[in-house]
Design a protein around this ligand. Structure first.
Ligand SMILES: [Zn+2]
Length: 672
């Protein structure tokens, strides 16, 4: 191809990709399948590798660019980024409406859902995304351009039109979808890290990360809500400007509405009070703004907030209940975490009977005593949290909580490291740690041993039959039938399950070993690079931390694991039991044959991999992934909460398999 043709082709590909991003992220109405989209993106990437001088910063391939920063530089907001006054009652809203009428006469309002995220400001120059910043103190914020570029909903270049000329400044909310938040917390748990308390905290934490590659993995979302009126825009209506912004490729907060009077504003608010639980992000209120820019300017602002807008917050669904007990949980990493046992109570659609309390300081700060009446709410609509006690309701029967000095399970002295909030049991033989480690090893993403649940593990550890993961492979029918309520038939089934687990992939067994900080993603990276456990056990910290997605802390943790004699013994025993600890040799060719001509569709939430990881596995083996079900679909992989694709597959008679079956299918065809 001639260079001018390459330039043209690159231009064309970028336009097409931007168009499809817009269909997908803004209009929620894709017109091509994910794999067709990937094909376009791959072609563009390939051309840009061949012709690096044609790469421009607004190319859709350049979302995750740049090196990790040492710190953020500061941005002075050209227009101050104010926060809004909050109201909590309809009377306050009526008062707001009255003040507006008095000052400027009756006004139309724009109402938008208030998302519980982090406010950010974007600046476009001639249609190109130039800079993104946090609010900071309202006048000066952090320059987080690199991080915001990783958010797919933020176009790097606007579609051609009136807004793609001159300056466009627009504020919006960065946030995590509920399902991404839950995925993130699952991963953190896998890695032995404290989970985030709510989506807002995790969003704020993600935006502060200095490495954009790490931010990209968080999968943040963005929705726009407040433009600064651009010079090029002659209209006077916020509502119509938001329409134009949508057409330019920036997604506005959905469900936006223009109301002529207070009554319709209140109807909207009441309408959304329940509906807001159905969307996949946390909505904690509604924002009411005067529609006309000229009137906004006339009303102006106070020192703190604009006079033309107000936020109505839904009452946080707080309930009172009894704190029956504070139990101590010993996690797989030995962290001893207090857990509130509550009298079951219904809140935001579910019944809650437990809530994490994190650590002793937190219990003291919230002034909690066992037997207290307490206030409970859901953080970011998801995670139950005890807010505080109600000391006025104490009757003298309450007992103070004190963190014990010894492990509640094995009795060994707890340790608190300097930069760690948790007290830890560091006894490697602690039955509580052993039980969690066994449950992790036997769990679904790991060795997946059929029939080995919490209950059986409890019995095996309790009877002293299993003292390490390797002991699982020495169990006999006699061992198992000696347990209470265990017949010969079930014993044999369990042994068959154990036998089968020996064939799991190296990646899953490695993950199952529960090395600190080694979740599924790290295990995949490690086994992609090192083909056997011997090779991995000889790798240096430097060699390991070179791998993508593995930081120095994880690398050190892997090294420490193999420097521990006990672990070497464990691995020797697993090996002699016949557990798979290396990658079987498969040629790329034999891999690609097995799934070729097969088409997959994913629906619902996957528990172990993300959808894009799962899709990659299929594509690597020559299969195809499409976004909609048709008679040509071979498999529909159904995670939890499957959507309409599930019903459609049923109607069409397409084969539906579970997430677990999917992994088995992958393994059966590649023996990785
Ligand atoms: Zn212990």
């Amino acid at each position: 191809m001639k260079k001018t043709d390459v330039r043209k082709r690159i231009q064309k590909l970028r336009e097409e990709i931007n168009y499809h991003n817009h269909r997908y992220y803004v209009l929620d109405d894709p017109v091509i399948s994910d794999s067709e989209y990937d094909t376009l993106l791959k072609e563009l990437e390939k051309l840009e590798v061949e012709y690096p001088d044609l790469v421009t910063p607004d190319s859709p391939t350049q979302r995750v660019g740049g090196k990790p920063l040492d710190s953020f530089s500061q941005v002075r907001h050209k227009f101050p980024m104010m926060s809004l006054d909050n109201t909590y009652s309809k009377e306050d809203l009526a008062e707001f409406d009255r003040r507006i009428k008095e000052a400027v006469g009756p006004q139309a309002y724009v109402i938008q859902q208030k998302i519980d995220g982090v406010a950010v400001s974007l600046r476009y120059e001639d249609g190109v995304f130039i800079q993104g910043a946090t609010r900071g103190d309202g006048t000066t914020g952090d320059d987080i351009t690199q991080n915001l570029r990783t958010i797919q909903q933020i176009p790097l270049r606007l579609m051609d039109g009136i807004l793609s000329r001159g300056t466009l400044i627009i504020r919006g909310e960065a946030f995590l979808l509920k399902k991404e938040f839950e995925r993130l917390n699952r991963e953190r748990k896998d890695q032995g890290l404290e989970p985030f308390a709510n989506p807002r905290n995790s969003t704020a934490g993600s935006l502060k990360l200095l490495d954009p590659a790490e931010v990209a993995r968080r999968n943040l979302s963005f929705l726009a809500h407040t433009p600064v009126r651009p010079e090029a825009w002659s209209g006077d209506s916020l509502f119509f400007l938001m329409e134009a912004i949508k057409a330019s490729g920036l997604p506005p907060i959905p469900g936006m509405c223009r109301c002529e009077d207070l009554e319709s504003v209140i109807r909207y608010i009441e309408d959304w009070e329940d509906k807001r639980h159905e969307v996949d992000y946390a909505v904690d209120g509604v924002v009411v703004k005067v529609d006309a820019f000229s009137v906004q300017a006339e009303l102006g602002s106070t020192a703190k907030a604009p006079r033309w807008a107000v936020a109505y917050k839904y009452p946080a669904e707080q309930v009172t209940t009894r704190l029956l007990d504070i139990k101590l949980n010993v996690s797989r990493t030995g962290a001893v975490n207090p857990m509130a046992v509550l009298e079951p109570v219904r809140i935001s659609g579910t019944t809650v009977s437990r809530a994490g309390l994190f650590n002793e300081d937190e219990i003291r700060r919230k002034d909690l005593m066992i037997g207290d009446w307490v206030l409970v709410e859901k953080g970011g609509e998801i995670i139950p949290q005890v807010i505080k006690s109600i000391p006025e309701r104490r009757d003298g029967s309450q007992l103070p909580f004190k963190m014990p000095e010894r492990c509640p399970v094995c009795g060994s002295k707890l340790v608190k490291y300097e930069d760690d909030v948790a007290y830890r049991c560091i006894n490697t033989d602690c039955p509580a740690i052993l039980k969690s480690s066994l449950a992790h090893f036997a769990g679904r993403g790991a060795a997946d041993i059929d029939g080995m649940g919490q209950m059986l593990i409890g019995q095996l550890v309790g009877e002293g039959l299993v003292k390490s993961i390797a002991d699982i492979y020495d169990l006999t029918v006699e061992n198992l039938t000696s347990l209470e309520r265990m017949g010969e038939k079930s014993a044999e089934n369990i042994l068959a399950g154990i036998e089968k687990s020996k064939e799991r992939s190296f990646m899953r067994i490695l993950y199952g070993l529960g090395i600190r900080f080694v979740g599924m993603t790290a295990a995949r990276a490690l086994t992609n690079r090192f083909s056997s456990i011997e090779a991995l056990s000889k790798a240096s910290v430097d060699e390991i931390s070179e791998l993508e997605g593995i930081g120095p802390v994880t690398a050190q943790s892997v090294r420490d694991f193999f420097d521990n004699l006990q672990n070497i013994e464990l691995i020797e025993r697993l090996k002699s039991a016949g557990v798979n600890l290396s990658k079987k040799k498969t040629t790329a060719e034999s891999r690609s044959q097995v799934l070729s001509n097969l088409t997959f569709v994913f629906t619902g939430t996957l528990g172990v991999m993300t959808r894009s990881q799962a899709a990659e596995e299929v594509i690597n083996r020559g299969g195809k992934v499409t976004s909609s079900v048709s008679a040509k679909t071979d498999y529909v992989v159904s995670g939890s909460d499957p959507g309409s694709k599930y019903d459609k597959a049923k109607d069409l008679g397409v084969k539906i398999i579970s997430e677990q079956d999917f992994y088995k299918l992958l393994e059966s065809v590649n023996g990785e």
